[in-house]
Ligand binder design. Structure first.
Ligand SMILES: NC(=O)c1ccc[n+]([C@@H]2O[C@H](COP(=O)([O-])OP(=O)(O)OC[C@H]3O[C@@H](n4cnc5c(N)ncnc54)[C@H](O)[C@@H]3O)[C@@H](O)[C@H]2O)c1
Length: 349
């Protein structure tokens, strides 16, 4: 069996998901990890049996013999480091959002072409079993013509300070969470978004240890699709109680609702609490709804397995760099609408 050699840049929240997902595959060797946080990287390397020492300078990692690099970095580093990865002759798995803005994304796509390497766009939700089932049901024509719906993602706020800084993140809840919803909705409806409306707000500007929240922590928007469907999205970083994501779609012949979190698959009431329920839940006391096999439920291992298969067998991925750019363009137009307070047309689809 052909083996793929992998490098990882970053050792934070999402890097752990990448390491775990690679560890489930038989044809992978992780050759090294680069991170600015040595202790964090050492812990991860030990946990997943990655040999060697963490590399402070990612350029040292790019000198290693490997086929593909996972870019698990804050948004402001996606462009430059992905470009360096591609120019070093390696494919890049780039986490959402593709970049801070469309101009950065365009540079990445230009380099993808000139370097003749591929960007694989990490949108885990499009590989999640619940959302894949929704797509299958819709594609069978079960709902008729979808004309309305809603998508929503919320939690109490991200786990690292860079997310809250405009320069480093590029945007707040809309870019961080809305990007997931929009990627799924465009996939579900199978057509482009022609216009958008959006309003953004910062409800909790003081984030204690993380300092000031310089970006929006709440966003509400409407996506107007080319098939005339209008879908509302709601994104929040100020909702305690753990990670929640759900869709409701209405068609002329039916409707569908999906929520992989806060589902009634398991409901627990505990006065004392217990170990862990779901990402970003601050307590397990009271009523909780633990998510079984969380990484699997959220689609991370399925996503990485798909990308590895695409690389080894030269297949087109479900989510490539162009898809990441398409979704980023919708988000950017929503920011334009928030500024103008008008419906804005999505151009350059
Ligand atoms: N798919 C998802 O659901 C999902 C979830 C969380 C995060 N993400 C995305 O993943 C990316 C990373 O987020 P995170 O939550 O892992 O962040 P994090 O803050 O947990 O980790 C960031 C990591 O980047 C490393 N880093 C920063 N600068 C570096 C440099 N110059 N060289 C090497 N390493 C460097 C840090 O050492 C740290 O390990 C973001 O783009 C985020 O949007 C995606």
């Amino acid at each position: 069996m052909a083996k793929l050699k992998v490098g990882i840049i970053g050792s934070g929240f999402i890097a752990e998901h990448h390491c775990y997902s690679y560890s489930l595959l038989p044809n992978i060797e992780i050759v090294g990890m680069s991170s600015l946080i040595e202790d964090q990287a050492k812990k991860l390397m030990k946990k997943f049996g990655i040999l060697g020492e963490p590399l402070k300078d990612y350029k040292e990692l790019l000198k290693l013999n490997c086929d593909v690099v996972s870019v698990c970095l804050p948004n402001f580093l996606h462009k430059d480091i992905t470009i360096d990865v591609l120019n070093s002759g390696k494919h890049a798995l780039v986490e959402k959002p593709l970049a801070r803005n469309v101009a950065e994304g365009a540079e990445m796509l230009d380099t993808e072409k000139s370097a003749n390497r591929k960007i694989f766009y990490c949108e885990n939700n499009m590989y999640a079993p619940t959302f894949s089932k929704v797509k299958e049901v819709i594609d069978d024509g079960s709902l008729g013509k979808i004309y309305m719906g809603r998508g929503k993602e919320q939690h109490s706020g991200p786990h690292s300070s860079w997310f809250y800084k405009k320069e480093k993140a590029g945007g707040g809840a809309l870019l961080d969470l809305g990007i997931h919803d929009i990627a799924c909705l465009v996939w579900y409806l199978g057509c482009d978004v022609k216009e958008v409306f959006c309003q953004i707000k910062t409800i909790i500007p003081d984030r204690n240890d993380f300092g000031k929240c310089e970006v929006e922590d709440n966003a509400v928007g409407v996506l107007y699709f080319e098939n005339d469907a209008q879908i509302v999205i709601e994104e929040s970083w100020t909702a305690p109680g753990g990670y929640d994501m759900r869709f409701e779609l209405f068609g002329t012949n039916g409707q569908i609702k999906v929520a992989p979190t806060f589902s009634n698959l398991i409901s627990v009431y505990s006065e004392k609490g217990y170990g862990y329920a779901v990402e970003k839940a601050s307590t397990t006391a009271g009523w909780t709804f633990p998510v079984p096999a969380e990484a699997w439920s959220f689609g991370y291992p399925q996503e990485i397995k798909h990308f590895v298969d695409c690389i080894l067998n030269n297949k087109k991925p479900l989510t490539d760099g162009k898809y990441g750019q398409k979704i980023l363009n919708i988000v950017e137009t929503m920011y334009k609408s928030a500024e103008s307070r008008k419906i804005e047309e999505v151009t350059n689809k």
